[in-house]
Design a protein around this ligand. Sequence first.
Ligand SMILES: [Zn+2]
Length: 347
Amino acid sequence: MSIVVLKLPVVKRKRGDRPKKCPYCGGETFQRWGQVNKPVKDMRVRNVKVYRYRCCHCGRTFRYYPEGNNRADQTERLRLFAVILWKLGLSYRASSLILSGLNVLISFMTIWRDVQNEAQQMKRHNRWKPVRVLGLDGASVLGWGAKQGVLVAVDLGTGDPLAIGYVDEYNPQAVRRWLEPLVQQHGITVIVTDDLFSYKLVAEKLQLGHQVCQFHVRRWVGKTLKDLQETVPREWLWVLDEIRELLETLLPDGSKRLYALWKQLPGRHSKLDQARTPLEQVRDLLLRLSEHWHKYCTFQSEPIVPWTNNATERAIGRMKMRARTVRGYKSWSGMEAGFLLAGSQAL
Ligand SMILES: [Zn+2]
């Protein structure tokens, strides 16, 4: 049997040391100025001893809290535990109920505030974090995105959520407006996306390296080839096989080979208003793959770039799972907390 242990902040009942610096003036000598027994909400501790000190330099008094405590009623340990219950998928009310079973009475509104605060802390922590490779993907979340979904950004170095925006991923201007400040703030150099045209445009405009997720490419090309297999004249089926093999091996000079194949195929005969023949569809496919080939292979020259956008999809999956138990996020701040906290792989 293996036991997994959750590490929560330590909560001390009192502290033995004296303050080092006055929080107001930085002064270093103090007089003890009384003490209070502060009742706290926690799973184990009921009250803690808080000393007050008076600064000999500026004359102001302040409270010196034992580890794991601050001016809030609840300890750091309880605050984090409540956030974890929520991250695991419980509603605010259910989290409050579970805690009541541990003899901790804390309202669901307090837990809501705890979650919001944690998300804000996460945002501050993320703010200037260096991120080199960014995964981007649109997500449709229950209750959000009937017309327009949300766009999420994941640090592919760590797999952690970075930001979420109410942005239409099909609109290149909107994607750019949202992405540009992130690129500057974090020093992003490469993005990993599916092969939606808007991402290509934005990567070019912002001069970013670009890796197109190979799972996406294989999915849609695989499907296209399967359809063409039935319709393309037999003597040309070898071209489909060759495309398959090129995608399998992703050789850096694949683009040239695809272009050469394109030239071997007969040109377009159908009129513009006519449907394209199967062979013309193969031609279009060859050209499209040839043009974008370098975006499939970025990962080969830059070892820190993954060849799929799986980490981003996993973060979206976790966020959606969180949304399901609460029947969708009701507010943007709830949605943002859902992504930043529940989207993270760590508890
Ligand atoms: Zn002072």
